[in-house]
Design a protein around this ligand. Sequence first.
Ligand code: PGA
Length: 262
Amino acid sequence: MPQPDLRRHPIIAGNWKMNKTADEAMDLVEEMIDDLDVVEGATIVLCPPFVALYPLVDLVEQSSIMLGAQNMYYEEAGAYTGEISPVMVADLCDYVILGHSERRQYFGESDADVNKKVKLAFKHSLIPIMCVGETLAQREAGETERVVGSQLRLGLEGVPPHQAREMVIAYEPIWAIGTGHAATPQDANATIGYLRQQLRELYSAVVSGAARILYGGSVTAANVRDLMNQPELDGALVGGASLKPDDFVRICAVTAELKGIR
Ligand code: PGA
């Protein structure tokens, strides 16, 4: 009998944050779509601002590129001025970034909010990319594992195993985001290994063996090879470098070369 393929499929997600108008987003994707489309063995997810999602759906339709939102609200519809519901996101995307540290820091998102969003994302067949990460002060105080472990546990509260195994977790140390100072490959690997062990304790070896855990924080075309050479990393969540077509294509190509499943 053939053995089931238990390898994890790598993911590279580009988090554009609050950059690019709809027209600029089209131009950026047009510039890189052909090169991204030939990358085999890894899933590439572009996460532009909400208003750029709709025009991009048509552009990426004939390609292997997937779309993700950067956030969503935890109600399906109603009087929530300015919010975007999971129903709307699911209409256009397959993925959604949840609990990014910028959401937690600047918009007061709590672990309980993130947890509600994770559950609702699954209800609407969206794959959550749930972010966890410690501040510099927490790292220096030796609290990294406690902090990310708690974010993981609270974010997944009540999420059943068949959904938890579909999760994408992004370990993003806050001090590494947008600073040009990525975590060392060894530190990223150690913390991601810790998160995987937590998944095993919370759920099972099946869940911890299936969930994808990405690294994010100043990933560049220059450091991606060293990072992806680490066994625990299943890909990257890329901010600044995802807005530079040549760099992003290279990050995707190197990740697929080292981790890709063909
Ligand atoms: P960065 O951002 O790659 O610009 O550090 C990563 C992120 O915030 O997702």
